[in-house]
Design a protein around this ligand. Structure first.
Ligand code: NAD
Length: 259
């Protein structure tokens, strides 16, 4: 990844932070875009020994923020080779109680955010290809919930199903330019999003009973797949979602859990 320029949305915490760290270790320059300004600045400080990393405060659900983010990346690096659409939120509610505003809020970040960032960066990438430059690639962070469903995570589940389809349509639309678009669908990964759940013994047992590899995943294990998808080794892959879930999707029923 030497000399490549990457944007990682939601890179202040969790999986996005691990992706930024992996990209920097592999020689890329990274712009972290996150709504959490304090954590974004802190992430930048922590990672700066590994390479050139910058931070911009941005809400991926806001068109003007996204426009500013892309302009900022081009200003800082002169080019964008890789976009990772990672920013995501969830909202737990019973289907009969779910508020319209919460449905819109989650879809706004998890699905519209991928569209806004993807379209804006793709416009730059297409222009680059038309001027004889190398095509870049886009990687969306989906979830196993693109395939299986949670009854109390309605907008989250719907948004991730949407990301799988958006990944396919973006891949088809951008294939003529050689721009690849893929996704990663994590299972249960140890980040802030999951910490509250796994600290509860019963909830942890429930998760592990549906995880044949018998453990929660590490963010670095998702970052490794993202690095592969961004690399030349994945040069003939587009429109795919790679699921990294400790074996949950192939599993019917449950596996025993050590108490
Ligand atoms: N942790 C898991 O088990 C798991 C499983 C499947 C998929 N995912 C997906 O991985 C991605 C990262 O999740 P995580 O577990 O690292 O969560 P996290 O909460 O640790 O990190 C999410 C990051 O996104 C940022 N963010 C939130 N809203 C934003 C917005 N509007 N604009 C810009 N940034 C915003 C947050 O500030 C945070 O830094 C998400 O898309 C999530 O759905 C996570």
């Amino acid at each position: 990844m030497d000399g490549k320029n990457a944007i990682v949305t939601g890179g202040a915490h969790g999986i996005g932070y691990a992706i930024a760290k992996r990209f920097l270790s592999d020689g890329a320059r990274v712009l972290i875009a996150d709504i959490d300004e304090k954590a974004g600045e802190a992430a930048c400080d922590e990672l700066s020994d590994l390479g050139e990393v910058r931070f911009i405060a941005a809400n991926v659900a806001e068109r003007l923020d996204v426009r500013n983010l892309v302009a900022n990346a081009l200003d800082a690096f002169g080019d964008i080779d890789i976009l990772v659409n990672n920013a995501g939120i969830s909202h737990k509610a019973d289907f009969l109680e779910l508020k319209e505003s919460d449905f819109d809020r989650v879809l706004g970040v998890n699905l519209k955010g991928v569209f806004l960032c993807g379209q804006s960066v793709a416009r730059h990438m297409v222009e680059k290809v038309e001027n004889g430059g190398d095509p870049g690639c886009i990687i969306n962070i989906s979830s196993i919930n693109a395939v299986v469903a949670l009854n109390d995570q309605i907008p989250y589940t719907v948004s991730k199903g949407g990301v799988a389809q958006l990944t396919r349509v973006m891949a088809l639309a951008l294939a003529p330019y050689g721009i690849r678009v893929n996704a990663v669908g994590p299972g249960s990964i140890m980040t802030d999003m999951l910490k509250s759940v796994v600290n509860d013994r019963d909830a942890r047992g429930k998760i592990l009973s549906r995880t044949p590899l018998g453990r929660i995943g590490d963010p670095a294990e998702i970052a490794g797949i993202v690095a592969f998808l961004a690399s030349r080794d994945a040069s003939y892959m587009t429109g795919q979602t790679v699921y990294a879930d400790g074996g949950r999707l192939p599993l019917n029923y449950t596996v025993p859990v050590d108490s």
